[in-house]
Design a protein around this ligand. Structure first.
Ligand code: SAM
Length: 238
């Protein structure tokens, strides 16, 4: 995973990524008067740096110390930001991260890395508990429904930023989505993910207590299709 992420980070220019993502998350947060944000899936820091640039008070958490180290140095490289990093597993978030937040973000198709329902419920409940009474959770995911239901055919390829990196499903069933990522130097990485169905995630969010869940579809990749490649859930506590 580390090798993959290093490569991803080298190739996917942050400026291009920012342009393709636009202001969607930032506008959603600003419209709600959010000031304090917890990025629970910091990874190499892309979203945390974006939040700091926009003036949000930001804490950057991740389960991986290696990722946080990379995020910290990226923060310095991209704009001289000093990230406030905390190593924390989502399932035990309240133990390791202090305070409450106006918003939690879990972006970059990160939630797909939990393989048991128990862990998914636990993680969402921990997110819920760390939010203020009127807080909001923003969580995105790949559109696995389209893949599972064969709407893309089984050879649909996702291209990222100028088609330099491709991701193609190798195996898809209700319990596993395995993708192969191909880089321009012909290296390949295989990643296992849990294929989250959109309505399943919405149901889990409601079941842990979120009162309102709005789901948006968007187009982060250059591939154009009728179906969105990603969904973004915005879950409100009240
Ligand atoms: N948001 C970033 C982005 O879009 O570039 C990073 C996304 S990366 C795909 C997913 C991150 O989630 C990884 O850095 C991984 O360490 C973290 N992660 C996965 N499972 C986790 C867990 N149970 N607790 C905390 N972090 C976790």
């Amino acid at each position: 995973m580390t090798g993959f992420v290093e490569k991803w980070d080298e190739l996917i220019d942050w400026k291009k990524r920012s342009a393709s993502e636009g202001r969607f998350f930032i506008d959603q947060l600003k419209a709600r008067g959010v000031r304090k944000v917890l990025d629970v899936a910091t990874g190499t820091g892309f979203h945390s740096v974006r939040l700091l640039e926009e003036g949000f008070e930001t804490v950057s958490a991740d389960g991986s110390a290696e990722m946080l180290a990379k995020a910290f140095s990226n923060g310095q490289t991209y704009g001289g930001h000093i990230l406030r990093i905390v190593q924390a597993d989502w399932r035990f978030l309240n133990r390791d991260v202090h305070g409450t937040y106006d918003a939690i973000i879990c972006l970059g198709n990160s939630f797909t890395h939990l393989f048991s329902e128990r862990d998914r419920r636990k993680a969402l409940a921990e997110f819920y508990a760390m939010l203020k009474h009127d807080g909001v959770l923003i969580l995105d995911q790949r559109n696995y429904d389209a893949l599972l239901d064969g709407k893309y055919g089984n050879k649909h390829t996702y291209y990222y930023c100028g088609e330099e990196v491709s991701a193609e499903p190798e195996h898809v069933d209700e319990g596993l989505a395995r993708f192969v990522y191909r880089f321009p130097d012909h290296s390949e990485y295989h990643l296992n993910m849990f294929p989250l169905r959109k309505n399943y995630v919405r149901r889990l969010m409601r079941e842990v207590g979120f009162q309102r869940v709005d789901t948006y579809g968007d187009f982060q990749e250059t591939y154009q299709a009728d179906e969105p490649d990603f969904f973004i859930h915005i879950a409100e506590k009240e």
